[in-house]
Design a protein around this ligand. Structure first.
Ligand SMILES: NC(=O)c1ccc[n+]([C@@H]2O[C@H](COP(=O)([O-])OP(=O)(O)OC[C@H]3O[C@@H](n4cnc5c(N)ncnc54)[C@H](O)[C@@H]3O)[C@@H](O)[C@H]2O)c1
Length: 277
């Protein structure tokens, strides 16, 4: 199986790394050669570290080629899109992919918050379009949500599921609804946690201790939002709120203010907690 990955940013580079690790021929596309080469270098570095730590025996970086041309996906069996989270660029890309890929090639999107059905609406063969929603960091998080859009075929859905298994992941099946499965549950839950901070006048430390020691969470909600990025969480909440109009989905004012003030969590050095840079 030959895999294509479009966009080698945070998610795409992780997905391309998984494909190389699984021994699959992989093509990665970026907007410039420089970005492609940088991503390839990062992937090579992470895989070398895995060999050094004894986590894998070896890998073959020559399985990964990078390009700026969509036409280089012509021989791919599955192409996974991981570009910016905006509908128009994704729809444009899928229309281009449809022109160059073989008729049986599956076109998958890693979108978190957009409708897979709306992305599939850009092509004349929507049967081949599915969602493959990886979690960040893709090389470490075991879950992939395999998302069936309105017109996805069983064949495309099964191919995506099998690919996720080949990549060593734990895929689950779901339909194309806002937030799919995990974010649909987790985003309002984290918003509730932040609202409780103000309502119960509990400190972030005590709330985190409460959820870890009383509910068995592996990480406290404030630690988790800091890790995800407060801006990323606010955007995801807004996207769900826009689609579902359930008050719990709307980002709490406290988080919006933190995002606007540049308190973004770990990546900015300060969110609910402070981090050494
Ligand atoms: N970051 C996360 O936690 C996360 C988790 C799950 C899903 N996602 C989804 O994955 C997708 C990518 O997110 P990310 O965080 O990796 O973004 P990112 O900004 O880190 O990476 C996007 C990359 O795509 C490249 N790009 C943009 N347009 C392109 C095009 N037309 N062709 C090729 N490359 C292009 C950019 O240069 C950039 O390197 C989004 O749809 C996002 O919602 C993100």
């Amino acid at each position: 199986m030959k895999v294509g990955v479009v966009g080698l940013g945070t998610m795409g580079a992780g997905i391309a790394q998984l494909a190389v690790e699984a021994g699959l021929e992989t093509v990665g596309r970026e907007v410039t050669d420089e970005l492609g080469e940088k991503a390839r270098g990062r992937i090579d570095h992470f895989l070398t570290r895995k060999v050094e730590k004894g986590q894998i025996e070896s890998y073959d970086i020559s399985l990964l080629s990078t390009t700026t041309e969509v036409s280089d996906f012509s021989e791919c069996d599955v192409v996974i899109e991981a570009i910016v989270e905006e509908l128009d660029p994704k729809r444009e890309l899928f229309a281009e992919l449809e022109k160059v890929c073989g008729p049986d090639a599956v076109l998958a999107t890693n979108t978190s918050a957009l409708s897979v059905t709306e992305i599939a609406g850009a092509v004349s063969t929507p049967e081949r379009v599915v969602g493959m929603h990886f979690f960040n960091p893709a090389p470490l998080m075991p879950l992939v949500e395999i998302v069936r859009a309105e017109r996805s075929s069983d064949e495309a859905f099964d191919t995506a599921f099998e690919l996720a298994e080949k990549l060593g992941k734990h895929p689950i099946r779901c339909h194309d609804t806002p937030g799919f499965v995990v974010n649909r549950v987790l985003i309002p839950l984290l918003n509730d946690c932040v609202r409780v901070l103000d309502e119960a006048r509990v400190t972030p430390e005590d709330l985190d201790a409460g959820m870890k020691h009383g509910a068995g969470w592996p990480m406290g909600p404030c630690e988790l939002v800091d890790l995800v990025g407060i801006d990323v969480h606010v955007n995801a909440s807004e996207a769900l709120w826009e689609k579902l109009r359930e008050p719990r989905m709307a980002p709490p004012a406290r988080l919006v203010a933190m995002a606007n003030a540049g308190l973004l969590g770990r990546k900015s050095g300060r969110g609910f907690y402070s981090y050494d840079s």
